[in-house]
Design a protein around this ligand. Structure first.
Ligand code: ADP
Ligand code: ADP
Length: 235
């Protein structure tokens, strides 16, 4: 059963049509890739899903119920978390501190208030390990990590704070081949944990490596929507 369903969703900014008549489903344990050139409507789509903007047409459902979020917080409360390209990390702060940074925006803050530092570090260590992220020192400033590692920490953080759907906005765009591979591995790990992942990318190779479903936007419309088996090279 899909967690998120969009039916005929569209968005007008004034009278500029950014998106029109889009259908999309996000299922647990699957990666839905959204591809498209600049201006295709990818940002508009994820802004609607993440609660930053509202659709002006069609229906957005979560767990089968129509929703209309007025803030990202409302989406987060339903487990829909977004990892933006410019990650909300403070470069000079230790890795483990960054993990809890912004947790006031995420679910599960209140129990954390009662945790001590050692306990928090232990959580970070365990969560990163569970995602297969290996770091020698959680005290190192997060700014000293590679871009791929920083993305990975952000993904692990969203998973820990109860995300059911993870929206990743061009997570590999600024990364080289090796670091992209690192991030793709964590996308697969999040999927294997049963999360639904929306993977926005310009890169068809990256999409193909982890994708279960492929949606291609062009000029605000869904040009292609296909499951993996429909585009599979394997037979
Ligand atoms: P992408 O993320 O794929 O590059 P966008 O969703 O940013 O695409 O943009 C889709 C279209 O909507 C573009 O033509 C863009 O200029 C327009 N657009 C996006 N945001 C706004 C806005 N806030 N106001 C007016 N037009 C917008
Ligand atoms: P919000 O709707 O939350 O106030 P927007 O992302 O719509 O924020 O941006 C505010 C303004 O910036 C919009 O009203 C629009 O005029 C302009 N804008 C933002 N992105 C674009 C874009 N891609 N194309 C045209 N105008 C844009």
């Amino acid at each position: 059963k899909p967690i998120i369903e969009l039916h005929n969703v569209g968005k007008l900014y004034g009278n500029v049509r950014a998106l029109g008549e889009v259908d999309l489903a996000v299922k647990p344990g699957q990666v839905t890739c959204v591809l498209g050139d600049n201006g295709a409507g990818k940002s508009t789509l994820i802004k609607i899903i993440s609660g930053l903007h509202q659709h002006t047409q069609g229906e957005y459902r979560v767990d089968g119920e129509p929703v209309r979020f007025s803030t990202p917080r409302e989406a987060l409360d339903m487990g829909i978390a977004t990892v933006y390209q410019d990650l909300a990390v403070v470069p000079l702060m230790p890795v483990w501190r960054n993990f809890f940074l912004g947790s006031e925006l995420t679910r599960g803050l209140w129990p954390l208030r009662r945790l001590d530092i050692e306990k928090m570090k232990k959580i970070v260590d365990e969560e990163l390990c569970a995602m297969g992220i290996e770091l020698d020192d959680l005290e190192q400033p997060i700014g000293t990590l590679s871009g791929g590692q920083r993305q990975s920490v952000a993904i692990a953080r969203a998973v820990y704070f109860g995300a059911r759907v993870l929206i990743l906005d061009e997570p590999t765009a600024a990364l080289g081949v090796k670091q992209s591979g690192v991030v793709l591995k964590y996308i697969a790990a999040a999927r294997d944990k049963g999360l639904g992942v929306i993977f926005i990318t310009h890169n068809p190779h990256h999409a193909y490596m982890v994708g279960d479903h492929f949606a291609v936007l062009r000029l605000g419309a869904m040009e292609l929507s296909a499951d993996r088996r429909q585009v599979s090279l394997e037979e």
